[in-house]
Design a binder for this molecule. Structure first.
Ligand SMILES: CSC[C@H]1O[C@H](OP(=O)(O)O)[C@H](O)[C@@H]1O
Length: 346
């Protein structure tokens, strides 16, 4: 099992000669950092989930613009070729709005050169860590206020919305870290999250690093765990939140939300406002990434029984007890829209 000095530190950052990222496909067995100085390598790292998680993709996309500029200077690209390379990064995965946002924010400074792009990308990274820390405090406050007791909480989470999925600290796991810091976590049920096992491989690794009590369960156990194991709340991340509060997150999240509604416990979505997309009106407008069938069935499966592999599902806002961001909390299931976070009336 790999050990990391401080996983709440940033898994995606700029080194001297390129983008330095943890290759998450090798965790938890091996902590391997790779230096990316080529656009094709970055696109492949995004598509293979070597770098993954909405906020982390935003940071990778932003630094990716510097990768494109530097590669263009080495290979004599003209402006059109550089912009085309940036577009390939921007579209490497469709669902997490952060990838497009982070790339666009850095690309807006392309004409100023590499130093300006790096300055903007570093701001994207720094702002995400600050946002995660703040939303974690607000999320812990909200959950403890709702709990109605002072004993530690039993929580459930799905996929990995931890430090690995962000610029550091995490969103859903950031809330868990903050609750743990306050002595208010009894146990975390970690959905393994098929088919790529972000829960069993990444969330479990993060929680184990910090001594936060947890168990790993199959995704199919989530509903019965929520109904019969005394879970106080489910806390998940997000990849894109629509203007009406519908939320795209890892496939299987909708089932968790439905079980929480049936059990009458909070279903909390923790995300920075960079994941909220006012230009996406509702969940039907969120593009859902369809990944390779073999990730589900394995490479040697009978081709007459192909896999169906949507990477995300959409939870309607009516099931979202609270959307927690660094700007505050919107109780979407009670009619508060994400626009409230920007002062727009519900
Ligand atoms: C903090 S965003 C994490 C979010 O991203 C994950 O998707 P993927 O592993 O495919 O990048 C999952 O939906 C997490 O909730």
């Amino acid at each position: 099992m790999a050990q990391d000095e401080d996983l709440t530190a940033c898994p995606v950052r700029w080194a001297d000669d390129g983008l330095l990222l943890i290759d998450q496909t090798r965790l938890p067995g091996e902590l391997r950092r790779v230096l990316i100085d080529d656009v094709d390598a970055l696109v492949e790292a995004i598509r293979s989930l070597a770098v993954r998680g909405a906020p982390a993709l935003g940071v990778a996309g932003a630094f990716g613009v510097a990768v494109a500029l530097r590669q263009g200077a080495r290979e004599g690209w003209d402006r059109a070729a550089t912009l085309a390379a940036v577009e390939r990064i921007r579209h490497a995965r469709p669902t997490a709005v952060n990838l497009r946002r982070g790339t666009d924010r850095a690309a807006a400074r392309l004409e100023e050169g590499v130093a300006a792009v790096l300055e903007e990308a570093e701001a994207v990274r720094r702002e995400d860590v600050a946002a995660n820390r703040r939303l974690s405090e607000l999320g812990a406050d909200w959950l403890l206020a709702r709990a109605g007791h002072d004993r530690p909480l039993r929580l459930l989470t799905h996929c990995n919305a931890g430090a690995l999925a962000t610029a550091g600290w995490g969103t859903a796991l950031g809330v868990v870290r903050e609750l743990h810091r306050r002595g208010r976590v009894e146990l975390v049920y970690v959905d393994e999250t098929r088919p790529l096992l972000q829960g069993a491989r990444l969330t479990a690794w993060e929680l184990a690093q910090e001594g936060i009590a947890h168990v790993v369960q199959v995704d199919g156990a989530a509903a019965s765990t929520i109904l019969y194991q005394g879970v106080d709340a489910a806390v998940v991340g997000a990849d894109r939140i629509a203007a009406n509060g519908d939320t795209a997150n890892k496939i299987g999240t909708l089932g968790v939300a439905l079980a929480c509604a049936h059990a009458g416990i909070p279903f909390l979505v923790a995300a920075p406002t960079t994941t909220v997309d006012p230009d996406t009106p509702d969940g039907a407008a969120i593009p859902i990434e369809l990944r390779a069938p073999h990730e589900v069935t394995g490479p040697d499966a009978d081709e007459r029984s192909p896999g169906f592999n949507p990477a995300f599902d959409v939870t309607p806002g009516s099931l979202v007890s609270a959307l927690v961001t660094e700007r505050g909390v919107a109780e979407v299931s009670r009619g508060e829209l994400p626009g409230k976070l920007w002062g727009t009336p519900a």
